[in-house]
Design a protein around this ligand. Structure first.
Ligand SMILES: Cc1cc2nc3c(=O)[nH]c(=O)nc-3n(C[C@H](O)[C@H](O)[C@H](O)COP(=O)(O)OP(=O)(O)OC[C@H]3O[C@@H](n4cnc5c(N)ncnc54)[C@H](O)[C@@H]3O)c2cc1C
Length: 506
């Protein structure tokens, strides 16, 4: 393809799509509003420690995994510094009130045996539940980079069942139902709404093996930007698209905040579709389409506390720690009332030469945008004293939970930094600071399905709002978007052929 392509948004989706196209001879330019590319892959440094903003847990990187395949095709797999989490405990789960602890192993068999062993009266149900997870994941050919990816409307009855109902179909014990929903914060699960297939894909992704970046997620952004540049493309930072010139269903150019104008043959939006709408003239897209995008509910946001810790005061933990206040709340994490935070996750991201202690800890918990609605018209650094005070209160509530897990936890802290749903909204340009973009809804699945193609003839979409979010979903959608220009199955075939030739068929 000889066309030039301009991509708006240099996050995970924009960079993967750009790198895939660049590798296939397309001249790509990426516009990124921030000073560094990456979006959810961005990191920042406080008190000498590097923190990840939106990419802590990785799946799909194990041998034969879809993301490993894509990265190998792009020539960056060997350059990524990854560390597998502990296979005997890929995740720990603690119920504070009940004092119940789980150390959840990776691998389909071990995951099944673990819960079947702990809940012998449910052993058969656990086995059938895990079989259902894998069966549902098999229905999504793209998850395995198969060339036969089917439409979402031709799936089994369980596929679009609400995730909580899927669990309840196999498991009776309410305690175990709750436990099996523990990964909820990784997909923004909401009872009666989140489809079973989302729950299945995210669970299978991590059960198959969880990894973390060593020294931060920005290395992936740099590697992807490197591919684009090496192929003659450009990644323009501090280049916020503020206006898209569009006439007769064709984009003619994009203007940035600093007054530059970029043109190309084709355009790809890798930003939240509602953010895109604000850049386009009203008549560019049909009114019904715009109204639909605006009416899709978004997933919940998050409140995060970034801590630097005193030397040798806190252990390095080689897995993610999930903590819930008590049973019964697994589907209500985003709710912001007196009981918030109902659950939280904390992790000690690894660094090169990681020793037995960690100097940093990330503590994060889901939060609805409603919690910050009253400051929604403010901008970064100018939100006022009341907001700063509110943030301190939220951090204190989260740290109080940590104090219950680790006595004298406060004495180990050196510095505290926080981010709220407003931070996510303003740094990524994502509506309501949604962690995972549009919420997929089992009750009205057609509403949340946004196709890659649009009524604007030279505009395609990519990113987490299309299909699945996260480290697995976004690169897979990037393949779909790139293939819309390069030819269906062309990339999938090339990615698999290269991997299987170099590593042997998996
Ligand atoms: C707190 C948090 C923790 C998370 N943890 C994990 C995790 O552990 N594992 C996982 O798999 N997923 C995780 N996610 C989800 C993951 O970060 C996202 O699914 C992913 O980053 C989305 O990629 P994207 O390219 O669609 O959007 P983004 O990464 O948000 O990229 C969009 C980019 O567009 C840019 N942009 C916006 N507007 C404009 C404009 N007008 N002009 C130019 N550029 C613009 C933004 O600056 C941004 O760089 C987490 C998310 C959050 C918020």
């Amino acid at each position: 393809m000889n066309d030039t392509v301009l991509i708006i948004g240099g996050g995970l989706g924009g960079l993967f799509t750009g790198a895939l196209l660049a590798r296939n001879g397309v001249r790509v330019t990426v516009l990124e509003k921030n000073a560094t590319p990456g979006g959810g892959l961005q990191t920042f440094v406080r008190s000498g420690q590097r923190f990840e903003t939106g990419m802590h847990m990785l799946g799909g990187f194990r041998r034969g995994g879809s993301i490993a395949r894509i990265c190998h095709y792009l020539g960056i797999l060997d350059r990524l510094k990854l560390r597998p989490t502990d296979p005997d405990c890929m995740d720990s789960l603690l119920y504070l009130e009940e004092g119940e602890r789980y150390a959840i192993p990776e691998g389909r068999e071990r995951f099944t045996d673990y819960f079947a062993g702990l809940f012998p009266h449910e052993a058969d149900g656990v086995r059938r539940y895990v079989e259902a997870l894998y069966r549902l994941s098999e229905e999504v050919g793209m998850f395995y980079l198969r060339e036969d990816s089917a439409s979402i409307f031709s799936h089994s009855e369980e596929f679009l069942l609400p995730a909580d109902e899927l669990i309840a179909r196999y498991v009776v014990d309410p305690r175990l139902r709750d436990v099996l929903a523990y990964m909820n914060p990784m997909y923004g699960g909401v009872a009666h709404h989140t489809p079973a297939y989302i729950h299945a894909l995210v669970n299978v992704l991590y059960i198959n093996g969880e990894d973390r970046f060593v020294d931060g997620s920005s290395q992936l952004a740099e590697a992807l930007a490197g591919v684009i540049r090496a192929e003659g493309g450009r990644v323009e930072t501090r280049a916020e698209a503020v206006r898209i010139d569009c006439a007769e269903r064709m984009i003619r150019g994009v203007e940035t905040a600093d007054g530059r104008r970029f043109t190309a043959d084709r355009y790809i939006s890798a930003i939240h579709p509602c953010t895109l709408l604000r850049l386009l003239p009203e008549e560019a897209l049909p009114r019904a389409y715009r109204q639909r995008l605006d009416s899709i509910p978004n997933s919940y946001s998050a409140f995060t506390v970034y801590l630097t810790l005193r030397p040798e005061s806190f252990p390095y933990i080689n897995h993610t720690c999930y903590c819930q206040t008590s049973h019964g709340d697994a589907w209500r994490f985003g709710d912001c009332d007196g009981a918030w935070p109902r659950g939280l996750m904390y992790m000690t991201p690894p660094v090169s030469g990681q020793g037995p202690f960690s100097r940093k800890l990330i503590l994060t918990t889901p939060m609805s945008f409603e919690a910050v609605r009253r400051w929604e018209s403010t901008t970064t650094g100018r939100r006022g004293a009341e907001y700063e005070h509110w943030k301190e209160e939220q951090a204190a509530r989260m740290l109080a939970r940590m104090e219950r897990i680790y006595p004298a936890f406060g004495s180990r802290i050196e510095t505290i930094h926080t981010s709220s749903p407003l931070t996510i909204r303003d740094y990524y340009g994502v509506k309501e600071g949604a962690m995972y973009g549009f919420r997929k809804d089992a009750q009205q699945i057609a509403l949340s399905q946004v196709p890659i193609v649009t009524k604007i003839r030279n505009l395609l979409l990519t990113g987490q709002n299309i299909n699945l979010h996260g480290i697995c979903g976004v690169p897979l959608t990037a393949v779909n978007t790139a293939e819309a220009l390069l030819g269906v199955n062309r990339l999938i075939h090339a990615i698999n052929t290269k991997y299987d030739t170099d590593y042997g068929t998996f």
